[in-house]
Structures are given as C-alpha cells and as structure tokens.
Write a protein that binds this ligand. Structure first.
Ligand code: SF4
Ligand code: SF4
Length: 159
C-alpha cells in the first residue's frame, strides 16, 4: 500500500482521463465493479493507522449531524456551531479546523457514534455511488490510499 505516496502525483493526469472515460461507460456495471474493488481494497487497509481524511479534509456537517453531535457533547446546538463549524468557499457547513478537533489518540474519533454522515460515507467509493462521486475521487487520490488503490484496480478492469 506504500506505493500510494510515491505514485499518487505521477498518475494524476492518467487518472483524470481514466475517470472521465468511466463516466461514458455503463454506470450500473461500473458501480458494481467499484463496490467489489472497494471491499477488496479496504479489507487490506487499516484506517486507524492512517486517518489522513480526519487530518486533512474538514467534513461537511448537516443539520442532523449538528443536533446529534451537540447532544452527545452535552452542549446546545448553537454552542456546537459557534465552536466547531464554519462555512467553506463552496457554501458548505464544515468543521472549522484541520486536523479535526475530534481526532484523538490512536487516530480514534471522539464522537465516533455520532460522527457526521460525510465521515461515515467517506471515501464515497461504494454503495453504488462511485460514478456519482467521480470528481471527488480525483481529489481524494491525494489524501486517501484507499481511493488511490481502488482506481488502480479499476484501471486493470477497464484497460
Ligand atoms: S484517508 Fe482513506 S485509508 Fe486513510 S483513514 Fe481515511 S478512509 Fe481510511
Ligand atoms: S468527526 Fe471523527 S471521523 Fe469525522 S473527521 Fe473528525 S475525527 Fe474523523
């Protein structure tokens, strides 16, 4: 899995072209293959040894997340929003710090039970959502070794 760090930049252009090509193929087949490859890749990855997503990408926090996390922290929703949230350049409400303030020792999440939907679904490569999130995968190859390896394996299927 270490090939990720040494190769992620050199295949950026190739990946862009490849992912664009996938959008023109049969989406049902592509997402079925991606679901399978996602499971294969993540069976070999220890996210607790990585946590790059929590260290680098402030997650989107929706209203349900905000309510649940505030309850969990035993503070009001307004206090939670003031202390932990901001609006980013795309207009999304996100955690206001990076690394995430809820990342604790051993790369664990202090609010794991109520973590935002965006964290639960990251890196958005399975659950039949691979094609829908194709633009995200391009960025995520730089942060997530899982996404990098999923795309490398998909390239072998669609060579
Ligand atoms: S960046 Fe990817 S591999 Fe690393 S912890 Fe997050 S989901 Fe797991
Ligand atoms: S809320 Fe938890 S899972 Fe989400 S980025 Fe922060 S530490 Fe990671």
């Amino acid at each position: 899995m270490n090939t990720w760090l040494s190769h992620r930049d050199s295949v950026t252009e190739e990946n862009k072209k490849f992912l664009f090509r996938l959008t023109r193929l049969n989406h049902k087949e592509v997402v079925a293959n991606a679901d399978e490859v996602h499971d294969e890749v993540f069976a070999r990855i220890d996210c607790l040894a990585c946590a790059n997503c929590c260290k680098s990408i402030p997650p989107i926090v929706n209203q349900t997340d905000s309510r649940r996390i505030a309850n969990f922290l035993k503070i009001t929703e307004a206090q939670f929003q003031r202390k932990y949230l901001q609006t980013d350049e795309d207009g999304d409400t996100v955690i206001n710090q990076s690394p995430c303030p809820f990342l604790i020792t051993d790369n664990k999440c202090r609010i794991y039970e109520v973590r935002p939907k965006a964290c639960r679904e990251y890196p958005h490569t399975n659950n039949h959502e691979f094609v829908k999130n194709i633009r995200l995968h391009m960025q995520n190859t730089h942060y997530c070794p899982g996404v990098f390896h999923i795309i490398e394996k998909m390239k072998l299927i669609y060579k």
